[in-house]
Design a protein around this ligand. Sequence first.
Ligand SMILES: Cc1cc2nc3c(=O)[nH]c(=O)nc-3n(C[C@H](O)[C@H](O)[C@H](O)COP(=O)(O)O)c2cc1C
Ligand SMILES: [Mn+2]
Length: 485
Amino acid sequence: MKWTSLRQFVDFLAQKNEIVFIREEVDPILEIAEIADRVMKAEGPALYFEKVKGSPYPLVINLYGSYRRMSWALGVEDLEEHPKRLKELLTTQPPSGFWDKLKMVPKLAEMARATPKTVGKAACQEIVWEEVDLGKLPILKCWPEDGGRFITLPMVITKDPDTGRRNVGLYRMQVLDKTTTAMHWQIHKVGARHFHRYKELKQKIPVAVAIGGDPALTYTATAPLPDQVDEFLFAGYLKGNSVELVDALTVDLQVPASADFILEGYIDPEEAMVDEGPFGDHTGYYTPVEPFPRFHVTKITQRKDPIYLTTVVGIPPMEDKFLGLATERLFLPLVQMTFPEVIDMYLPPEACFHNLCILSIKKSYPGHAQKIMHSLWGMGQMMFCKCFIVVDHDVDVHNMTEVVWRVSNNIDAKRDLVLVEGPVDHLDHAAPRQFVGSKMGIDATRKWKEEGYTREWPRDLIMSEDVKKKVAALWPKLGIPGRKS
Ligand SMILES: Cc1cc2nc3c(=O)[nH]c(=O)nc-3n(C[C@H](O)[C@H](O)[C@H](O)COP(=O)(O)O)c2cc1C
Ligand SMILES: [Mn+2]
């Protein structure tokens, strides 16, 4: 499963009965969003709209909207294959002897295969538009009070002016007119950092935006990778082969060869900011109007037979639940590399992921739960977490029945609540001031004597094994309906 185009993936989904082709003409203004929202809430199929009112291009939405499709998009049958492989890679000891070195070779080859490769000719440049007109694309207006139409799954490619290092981030783009959009890179994101650096240098920023292509690429643009890690390298690692890149036609950037559409252009940091929003956001609320830079599109290229890839965000759960789930699973081994005491991690989609994080840890010293909260508040986009709940290693963090039982029983509010202040997500509307607010941690682990708990911690209820066995043997004779054992 190594996708070379979005269409190839769509064909695969068709074989698997995981996509519905809609022939009826539908309006990209609100109608597609309403249809997609209903399907997303039911974890239904991907939707391919053949006729979008006002555009010659077909549109696909809810591509990632199930566990299976998310796994396939990343080239595997089961998403869990990725953290397993990552864990192996990360826990590989530096080789000491000859045999160890030999054993390392396949792992190094795996990494080498992941490096992006430049090609001379690419599908994404098969057609070059004579004139830029964003109005031709089937861009959605998602919610009634939205400020306009938004490109919701763009891979925004920029380069660090000092190091030349590439970044790919998924930042929505509101169409302003035929040739310009707003660029919604939030204050903490790498795109925004590049913007401020170019502003200091008084230079325009070359920007390229890719839409569609190999479905693994769009995922990696959403992944909270460290600034220095190239999203396309990470995609190559996930796919097991290099992402093919081609030089953009008019800007000094490379773009993924497999993309369906490429928008090339620039942002001028000297230019006035534009009003971006309102936008019905993934928080489930409207994000109000805020100033963001204007992106000038100077060239559009496309495949011969392109599909416009998009999504709609809103009150969870939506399609992005599965993009977030992929991140939760893929980043667990990375968290564990630094903090091996972390057993598992759950970011409930209802909490828009970063608002709540439930962690199980193998506690080995007093105050360990607090240490892990503070560590993760200092780790990349985990800083946005408004509430950490830390439980012991034997609690299944994905089982909310167990989590609620353990947490509500185990905590003493005064002792177990940690309150801190610091940066919060750009979209957080609860903080008294934008960007800074408070966060809490709940230590729901068993308390130790050294933590000031001098009473006897109660034991878990566990039935004895011999009784369990006896009842299992008896069960068929009991005539109790509804349970096999
Ligand atoms: C559907 C979707 C839409 C998103 N929209 C935005 C956005 O408009 N602005 C933004 O800064 N981040 C947005 N994000 C989150 C970023 O893509 C994510 O934080 C990513 O890691 C940023 O990459 P960077 O670290 O290279 O900047 C969105 C994520 C998803 C899944
Ligand atoms: Mn990045």
